[in-house]
Design a protein around this ligand. Structure first.
Ligand code: SAM
Ligand code: SF4
Length: 346
């Protein structure tokens, strides 16, 4: 059900409150994912069609200055962590200048990046110098031919170079995100686990979520977190451990003495919703309150109309009132009404 009208009176200027940001269910909201583009240099089968998406017109994409103003308002409301994402954020020119501007905003104490890693090696030093602290890299396979099948473009070597470059730049521990698909890469669960013995890598296996783009293969390809955990558990020596901190809802396992760990994320489970501390800003300036469903408010119109920081903060706080308690997505059921992650600020 789309919910698009909200009562902003609680947060309007004059009535603005300085209490910590929380939603209507008392979950503290401290984390904002900022999509800087919906475009991408890969075409992962579970994410977007081979021909790409109907891209957002350039004029509708927020400028860095507009993003900076919205993040300043979010920080004033209580947001502390920013994750830059997309589409592929590194296809946006001069991302480091945005990182530098966001790092200077009072209250923002953590800036991270989600990337497919293709362009990481060439940009990681300037990103770190600008204030980037952490990076999540997507990697679904350790085989070059499979990479090309899944991403519909070659690139494994460049991603591996990106991981090395991020390690050398000190952005550790690095989280690797790996979408597991039956018959495609589910035989690599333990190979990824082995990678974590002598590298500070936190590999997170993610259930394939139903979006329009993967509707045809949802039931065939889907592997549940429970099944992944059972299969990882078969490997002798892997024990449950605490994760590396950060904002993720993953459960982790490690070999004794290992530098890294493997984890499982189950976005379809409702445990995920109970601790949800995040909201999303899409590349075209919508504040999305939940990954699933159409709970959003438009921030681009007010930011372009010259709204003050207090006014934007009030809108941001007001948005929390429509953050739903939980999503109602189930495998197979919602594929037809989900758009790709890259459109909604994955
Ligand atoms: N392009 C960057 C990347 O791939 O890391 C950032 C954006 S991407 C949309 C963010 C994450 O969403 C990636 O880890 C990707 O694997 C994941 N993702 C995209 N579509 C998904 C789906 N249908 N199910 C599960 N994860 C998905
Ligand atoms: Fe691009 Fe990331 Fe989607 Fe793959 S998952 S197509 S890299 S946005």
């Amino acid at each position: 059900m789309a919910v698009q009208t909200i009562d902003l009176t609680r947060g309007l200027p004059g009535g603005a409150t300085t209490s910590p940001l929380a939603d209507a269910f008392a979950r503290p909201i401290t984390y904002l994912r900022v999509s800087v583009t919906d475009r991408c240099n890969l075409r992962c089968t579970y994410c977007m069609p081979e021909a790409g998406l109907p891209w957002i017109p350039k004029a509708e994409i927020l400028s860095f200055e507009e993003i900076e103003r919205i993040v300043a308002a979010a920080a004033a409301a209580g947001v502390r962590s920013i994750r830059l994402t997309g589409g592929e954020p590194l296809v946006r020119r001069d991302l480091a200048s945005l990182v530098r501007a966001l790092a200077a905003i009072p209250g923002i104490d953590d800036i991270s990046l989600s990337t497919n890693g293709l362009l990481l090696a060439e940009h990681v030093a300037e990103l770190r110098d600008a204030g980037l602290r952490r990076v999540n890299i997507s990697l679904d396979t350790l085989h070059a031919d499979r990479f090309e099948t899944i991403a519909r473009r070659p690139g494994l070597e460049r991603v591996l170079a990106g991981i090395d470059a991020a390690t050398a730049a000190g952005l550790v521990p690095i989280k690797l995100n790996c979408v597991i698909m039956r018959g495609v890469n589910d035989d690599e669960l333990l190979d990824f686990a082995e990678l974590t013995r002598d590298r500070a890598l936190y590999v997170r296996f993610i259930e394939m979520m139903p979006v329009v783009e993967n509707a045809g293969e949802q039931t065939d390809r889907y592997v549940s977190a429970a099944e992944m955990l059972a299969r990882i558990g078969e490997r002798e020596g892997l024990e449950p451990v605490a994760g590396p901190g950060g904002n993720g809802p993953a459960r982790y396992f490690a070999f004794p003495g290992a530098l890294g760990a493997v984890g499982v994320i189950s976005p379809l489970s409702h445990d995920y919703c109970d601790t949800c501390n995040r909201v999303r800003l899409t590349a075209d300036g919508r504040l999305r309150l939940c990954l699933f469903g159409d709970y959003h408010i438009d921030l681009r119109t007010p930011v372009r109309a010259g709204a003050s920081r207090d006014e934007l903060e009030a809108l941001f706080r007001g948005g929390m009132l429509i953050k739903p308690e939980r999503h109602h997505l189930q495998l197979g059921e919602a594929g037809s009404r989900m758009r790709a992650f890259s459109e909604i600020g994955g």
